[in-house]
Each structure stands twice: as C-alpha cells, then as structure tokens.
Design a protein around this ligand. Sequence first.
Ligand code: GRG
Length: 301
Amino acid sequence: MSTELQTYLSREGERVAAALDRSMEALPAAVAGPVRDAVRHGVTSGGKRLRPILCVTAYRACGGKASDDEALYDLAASLELIHAYSLMHDDLPCMDDADLRRGSPTTHRVHGEDATMVGGAALIPFAALRALQAALRLGCPDATARRVARTLVEAAGAGGMVGGQWLDLQGEGRSLRADELGVLHGMKTGALLTAGLTMGARAAGAEVAVDEALEEYGRAIGLAFQIADDILDATQSAEVLGKTPSDAELEKSTYVALHGLEGARTRAGEEVDAALVALRRSGLDAPILALLARYIVEREH
Ligand code: GRG
C-alpha cells in the first residue's frame, strides 16, 4: 500500500472510530446490559472501516463542504453500524457458526446468542435514524436527507445485502455459475460498498452522471473486493485472516473454485480496471479512490 493511502486510511479510520463512539453514546438506554455490551463489541472491535471511508471520500470529491465535520463522520458511521450488525448475525450458529472474527472471539461467543441477535437487530433502525439525522445536520435539504438515508436502507435490505445473504445460504453445497456468483456478491458485498459512495455523493449534491459513474465504480470494486476475499481465504491461514470458518469448510462457491487462483487474480484485475475507467468517466479529481481500487485487491486481510 502506498504511504499516502496508509496515512489517509489511518487518519480517516480514527475519525470514523470517534463517530462510532458517539453513536454508542446515542444508543437508547433501553439497549442495556449484555445487549449493549454485544453492540459495543460488534461496532468497536476494529476492521478496515472501508464503507465509511468511501462515503467521506466521495462526499469531498463531489465538492461537499461540511460545515459540521462530526455530522459527516456520523453519516459515514451509519454504514459501519449496518456492516457491524451483518457480521454479528453472519457469525451466529444459525449462519456461519464462526468462532473468530478480526482475530478475536465473535460477539456471540463473548456476549451470548440472544444478546447478539437482539443487539444486531437494534442496529438496523438505529443506523437508518443516524443517517437521516446526520444528513440533516450536514445541511442537506429534507428530500436529499431522506434520499441519503433511503440509499442506506435499500442497500442493506432484501434487494441488497440481506437478499445476497439469502442467495449465499441457498448456494451452500452447490457449484454456482459465474453469473450467479456475480449477482450474489453484487448484492451481499457490493451494495453496501456502493452505498458508501452514493450516500457521500448524494449528500454533496452530485450530478446524476457523477452518481452513475460512482455506482459503476462501486459495482466494480465490490466484485474485485469479493474476488480478493476468495483468494485470501484460499491462500492464507486463519491466524493471518483472523477469522474462521473458511469458505471450503462452509462449502461455498468461490471465484478461486470457478477460475483457479491465477484466473481469479486476472478477474480481480479486470474489475479494478473497470473501476478506474468509471472513475475517469466521473470527471472527479479523486486520486484516493484510484488508490483504494488498487488496494482492494492487494490487501493482506
Ligand atoms: C438476518 C439472521 C440474519 C442474518 C443476516 C445480512 C447478513 C446477516 C449478512 C450479510 C453478509 C455479509 C457478512 C456481508 C459482508 C461480506 C464481507 C466481505 C465482509 C468483510 O468485510 P470487510 O473486509 O471487514 O470490510 P472488516 O473486518 O474490515 O470490517
């Protein structure tokens, strides 16, 4: 990773972490005891914070000038609240039954299944409210703020991440075709990554053509991200990745199974190229988005 991107990710990651701490303070007091502990575990236990970072980067690239910087990071953090719940639920025994996430025991292993289920569910409407409130504090007109919040909810829902999760569950133990795998991951992983970009762009009042180019960039980096995930899963140990179980243990279809390791690397490279073409088409001066597209396939975890 370039030093420029490393510095950027670490500085922005800290600001996102501060916004997540603010979110935890704003969580209604009724979410108490082990449920509150489970939420805090899921939300504040690290991660790359990629989705919120895409949001603030797109917002600024589209000319957004936040008068209230905290509002911008609170908006971005709403994406991470959804991401956190999805990982909490994905790790539950009825899903992947995972013991390890980000190098530590999963939320339900520490705080119990009931608390993780309830805490994760509490995060969904909470994230939508945080997004709406933050967009209004940012100075977005009412209709824009509603659209920004709707972008998050649609990406998280049955037409996006949850729908992709269902396709994933249905696909376990079967060999999916490339087109099926593309649809699945476009929904499960790509939708929320893309929402990061379009929420930022829409909050900044970006033009339709820019918004569409960012959607294409998001689609392409989402797929590249997933192919890279499959390659890492097939080539790295659980210690390096900090997570169990592996795709093979879950009998999941992967890009490595479909194309082989070299073929998967080529496919990931093609999607990075497509992302860079879309970025050029957007006309945005956003060198960080170009660096991010390359980093997504070069990352080591
Ligand atoms: C409704 C019971 C119930 C479950 C739904 C929606 C859902 C659970 C799961 C969504 C699927 C999911 C886990 C998608 C994310 C896939 C993915 C690529 C995760 C890893 O993202 P990174 O690498 O993670 O950004 P870090 O750790 O960096 O945050």
